[in-house]
Design a protein around this ligand. Structure first.
Ligand SMILES: Nc1nc2c(ncn2[C@@H]2O[C@H](COP(=O)(O)OP(=O)(O)OP(=O)(O)O)[C@@H](O)[C@H]2O)c(=O)[nH]1
Ligand SMILES: [Mg+2]
Ligand SMILES: [Zn+2]
Length: 343
């Protein structure tokens, strides 16, 4: 990542923006004891702890330090560019720079939680174990399309797919998913974190980008990153834990630098991914082949379920729209209605 020194004007502008949100009733730290403002990058954020890496350290190599957040600053997330001030042993984050993208997901209470900021690539990781579901893949794709970040599908655990450890029905399912998403124009890469197959192609894709690895727990997100960065301490889980107990090995998002250029963020696996933060229009935009034909329906407010001269239903009938994609699309739109009715 390029080092960048913030100009005084930039810092002033960011501070001014943040100060509009600052609550003056909260006791400010004694500014005199704090060092000058510096630019930093959020490497990890768990609980109240934020690990920050310096971005404008002159000719010195970047340093890492623990930072606290000003109480009224809003939430920072891994990948955030921030402004911080240092005291003796730690630092305080005083401003967050505007983000080029924020990946969010609802927590178990339906509240939106940021997962990663300033990413330009979403690596949707899939494996034959745990069994993949196109519903989850389509949700990730819809989010990537709406954030205007590039989605890439990683089919990991190639070794298992080629062995007879895996049920042939699941192996067929994976092959069909790969064909479907390739036919839609999405980039698919086969990898094996165990023996390193496919990693050269993956390295090319990761180079000079900021990518976030997402997907179900146990698909091997951390294993792939560990294979690319063998010297890093990265926790890898036992598959049985991920599947049987629903336990996530990676518990918080963390950013890593690649020696070949580019960064990646490892994120905790998930089971479900609600899209309640999207509007029906955005869901349509998120399905690239539906986006292209939805405007051709006879009725402008067509729900694509029963209306005459519906271009989407016609596409399902003539086979140009895959029925699974149509079903997943309708299921997401339906889930938005459910939430609206409750709210
Ligand atoms: N056979 C095989 N096993 C793999 C491969 N990649 C990962 N695994 C195994 O899959 C299990 C889960 O790997 P993790 O890397 O912890 O999975 P994760 O996606 O990071 O999971 P969470 O952090 O819980 O989201 C571990 O037992 C890995 O050894 C692979 O290519 N082949
Ligand atoms: Mg992990
Ligand atoms: Zn329609």
């Amino acid at each position: 990542m390029a080092k960048r020194r913030l100009s005084k004007r930039q810092v002033d502008r960011i501070r001014e923006r943040q100060s509009q949100r600052l609550d003056t009733s909260v006791a400010a730290p004694d500014e005199k004891q704090l060092g000058p403002e510096q630019a930093g990058l959020v490497i990890a954020h768990h609980g109240k702890q934020v690990q920050v890496e310096t971005l404008d350290n002159g000719d010195d190599s970047p340093r890492r330090l623990r930072c606290h957040l000003r109480a009224t600053l809003g939430s920072v997330v891994t990948g955030d560019r921030i402004v911080f001030q240092e005291d003796d042993s730690s630092g305080i984050i005083v401003a967050i720079q505007p983000r080029s993208s924020t990946l969010v997901r609802p927590d178990s209470y339906g509240k939106l939680k940021p997962v990663a900021a300033n990413v330009d690539q979403l690596l949707i990781t899939i494996a034959c174990a745990p069994e993949p579901f196109s519903g989850l893949i389509d949700r990730y794709l819809a989010v990537a399309e709406n954030l205007h970040i590039r989605p890439v599908l990683l089919f990991n655990k190639l070794d298992l797919l080629q062995s007879d450890e895996i049920d042939s029905a699941i192996a067929n399912k994976v092959a069909k998913l790969r064909t479907l998403y390739t036919s839609l124009g999405y980039r698919c890469i086969d990898t094996c974190a165990k023996n390193g197959d496919g990693l050269d192609e993956l390295r090319n894709t990761l180079q000079d980008n900021t990518s976030v690895f997402v997907g179900q727990s146990g698909v091997g997100k951390s294993s792939i990153i560990k294979k690319l960065l063998p010297d890093q301490e990265i926790a890898i889980g036992a598959l049985s834990d991920a599947i049987d107990k629903g336990r996530h090995t990676t518990t918080h998002s963390e950013l890593f630098h690649f020696p070949f250029g580019g960064d990646c963020i490892d994120s905790p696996g998930i089971r479900e991914f609600g899209l309640w933060h999207l509007s029906p229009k955005e869901v349509t935009y998120g399905f690239i082949e539906i986006r292209d034909i939805a405007g051709l329906c006879k009725f402008r407010d067509c729900s694509h379920t029963h209306e005459p001269s519906c271009a989407v239903l016609s596409a399902v009938e003539d086979g140009s729209l895959h029925p699974e994609r149509y079903e997943n699309f309708q299921r997401i739109v339906q889930s938005l209605d459910d939430v609206n009715m409750q709210g």
